[in-house]
Each structure stands twice: as C-alpha cells, then as structure tokens.
Design a protein around this ligand. Structure first.
Ligand code: PMP
Length: 295
C-alpha cells in the first residue's frame, strides 16, 4: 500500500486530518534544501517507548538545523499519543517530521513557517524474522559518514540520509540486507538506520558516536548490558578489528536488536550475548506489568 493512499488520520500542524489529505506544496523549502528533521519511534502495547527522549531529540535536531519547532516536548508527546489513539495503533511505528515551508524559496529561509506532522502505522519487523534468526548480511559501503564540521551529524536530519539510501541501494543490489558505513576517518560508524555493537570475548564494544546518531536504542542496550554485568566499551573501532569480534548486532528503533552474521569479509555467530540482549530488549520495551515481573 503506498504511503499516500491509506485510511487513517495524520496529525498535521495542529489537527488530525484524513491520511490522504496530508499534503504539502512542491515549493517547500524542506523538499529542495533538506531542511527537515524527523523521528522514528515504536509503540508497544499502546505505550510509546521513550517518547519524551524522541520528542526532545526532534526539537534538538531542529535547533541544530537552525529552526525552532513551534511546540514543546510535552506538547509533541501529547500529539503523538493523540495520533496513536486516533489510528487505534497498539503495536506500531510513529513518524514525526518537521520541515520548513514555502514562504521563501532559496538557500535563505529565515521566514519560512515550520511545519510538524505525525503519522503512525503498523510496522512489525524491519528485517524479516528468518533473517534475524541467523543474522543479516551487511556490505561495507564506499560512502562515509561526514565529519561533525561538515554536516550537523548529531541531528536526525533528512539530508544526512541521502548517503544511507545510496549505501542501502548498492548493498541490496549486491544481495545484502544493509550496509555498514565507515566514518570520515575510516572507523566503523553505523548501518544505514541503526547503530552497531560487537562482542569481543565477554565485552561489548561499540563506536563512540562523535559523528553519527547516538541512538536511543543504543543507549538502552548499553544500560541493559550493564545490568547483566557486561563490560561496555565505547571506542574507535577500525574495520580490520572485526576479524576478532565473535558476535555483532545492529540496534535501532525499527531494527530493535538484530543479529549480524556477515559484514564484507568478516563472519559472526549468533551467540548468547546477542540472544540475551534481544530478549532483554523485547522485555524492556514491553515492560511486563509489576505483578508478572515479580514472579
Ligand atoms: N543511526 C541511524 C542512521 C538511524 O537512522 C537510526 C534510527 N533512528 C539509528 C542510528 C538508531 O537510532 P534510535 O535507536 O534512536 O532509533
């Protein structure tokens, strides 16, 4: 079903409107100059996982792009819940997006209106369940994540995704599920929509997020690993070091925790570290009712 032709309602600049009417003009600054930021969030059993963190990141991403969303974090949290309720979503995905409108058309957009829309839909699993069993296959992209003084790398900004789409398309054409991108220094950075972790012995290592998104799932996984007493090391990881890593996984709102079996010439097993963290993550997002958890 194409995304512009569905039933349901989308929250658009302050009101819930029919899904098919949520349109914008072709001379929107956001379309021409990528002055747009967005979020990706999941709803589990009717609750938005880490809603406030996502709303705060959306507001922060806009600030990094030099615009201000005309709503507070609390308001955005409330609008998301209204959208979820209006669409009867119990388990699904939420996509808030903010962009500059069409008052000025040119590089400068000092006076453009800032728009906000929120859509939600059912989106079970980013990678097919059978792939998650044995681990997905990643190609190593030729595209590199830019330096923090080349692009606003801490923002979840639309423009940063052109490299992701190019990397993912090339990987898919070559028969892979996703791509690993290195950063401007040649260090391991992230996949096209998820962060990456490696098990070296009984330690968990992950790249320091100094030029790519410090995912909310990434931070959750670090917390879950620490709860298990696993030592977590954030550091620069060079691609050749993947030779010595036994296990690997991606994590992100959409991908959740997804085991990786292969990255270019490197091979990984789906072992206890990955399986335990997959289980911990799915328990954490559903947060069993207190009575059950106490059993
Ligand atoms: N990196 C990129 C490029 C992403 O698109 C995402 C998904 N938003 C992530 C990392 C993971 O972020 P999060 O865990 O906050 O979803």
């Amino acid at each position: 079903l194409p995304f512009d032709d569905r039933d349901g309602t989308i929250w658009f600049d302050g009101q819930l409107i029919p899904w098919r009417d949520a349109k914008l003009h072709v001379l929107s600054h956001g379309l021409h100059y990528a002055s747009a930021v967005f979020e990706g969030e999941r709803v589990y059993e009717g609750r938005i996982f880490k809603s406030t963190e996502h709303s705060a990141r959306l507001v922060r991403s806009a600030e990094l792009m030099d615009f201000k969303i005309p709503y507070s974090v609390e308001e955005i949290d409330r609008f998301k819940m209204e959208t979820v309720a209006a669409n009867g979503i119990v388990d699904g995905y939420i996509r808030p997006v903010a962009w500059r409108g069409s008052e000025m058309m040119g590089v400068s957009a000092q006076h453009n209106k800032i728009h906000l829309a929120i859509a939600t839909w059912v989106w079970p699993s980013y990678f097919a369940p059978e792939l998650r069993q044995k681990g997905i296959r990643l190609a190593i992209s030729d595209w590199r994540r830019p330096a923090p003084n080349t692009a606003p790398t801490a923002a979840k900004a639309a423009g940063l995704y052109m490299i992701c789409t190019l990397s993912k398309h090339k990987a898919e054409r070559d028969g892979y599920q996703d791509a690993l991108m290195l950063d401007y220094r040649g260090q391991v950075a992230e996949a096209t929509g998820a962060n990456i972790f490696f098990a070296f012995g009984d330690e968990l290592h992950t790249p320091t997020p100094d030029c790519f998104l410090d995912g909310i799932t990434r931070r959750t996984v670090i917390e879950l690993a620490k709860r298990r007493g696993i030592k977590v090391v954030e550091r620069a990881i060079m691609p050749e070091e993947m030779e010595k890593a036994e296990q690997c996984f991606l994590c992100g709102t959409a991908a959740e925790v997804t085991p990786v079996g292969e990255i270019g010439p490197y091979r990984f097993t789906v072992g206890d570290m990955v399986r335990n963290l997959m289980d911990d993550y799915s328990a954490e997002v559903r947060r069993a009712p207190a009575a059950k958890a106490a059993e």
